[in-house]
Design a protein around this ligand. Sequence first.
Ligand code: RB5
Length: 147
Amino acid sequence: MKIAIGSDHAGYRLKLAVIRHLIDRRLDFVDVGCNSTDSCDYPQYAIAVAEQVARGDCDLGLLFCGTGIGMSMAANKVKGIRAAACSDTFSARATREHNNANILCMGERVVGEGLAVMLVEAFLNAEFQGGKHQRRIDQFMALENQE
Ligand code: RB5
């Protein structure tokens, strides 16, 4: 499994903590930036991660900003992306099981490092359940193909 990971300045430190965890877990990842706590705009990093996942270059994505919300809004504009901002482990697991989310977004101003690692583990270890959940996903993903 290969993971695309990105942040803005407000999520940079939390991203580094999660990267340390991914290295410990020997998980393959690509970091699209940013590379410091200098102020920057989150959409470019959300879109960069989303495009890696949408193209199939990476299987899943992780995004970090102050709240996780701006990253999720921006990533969800990329066709094929289902990004979820989560701050509890139940949701991080359920969004893969039920929504087949392919990007998890987290907020450094919302969750601590320990919880972020637990959210990532819940997300990575969960499996999409298909069936009625696929039917429901199809109902809203169809909007992407309308002109
Ligand atoms: C940056 O101040 C902050 O607005 C951004 O990281 C994010 O939380 C937006 O949703």
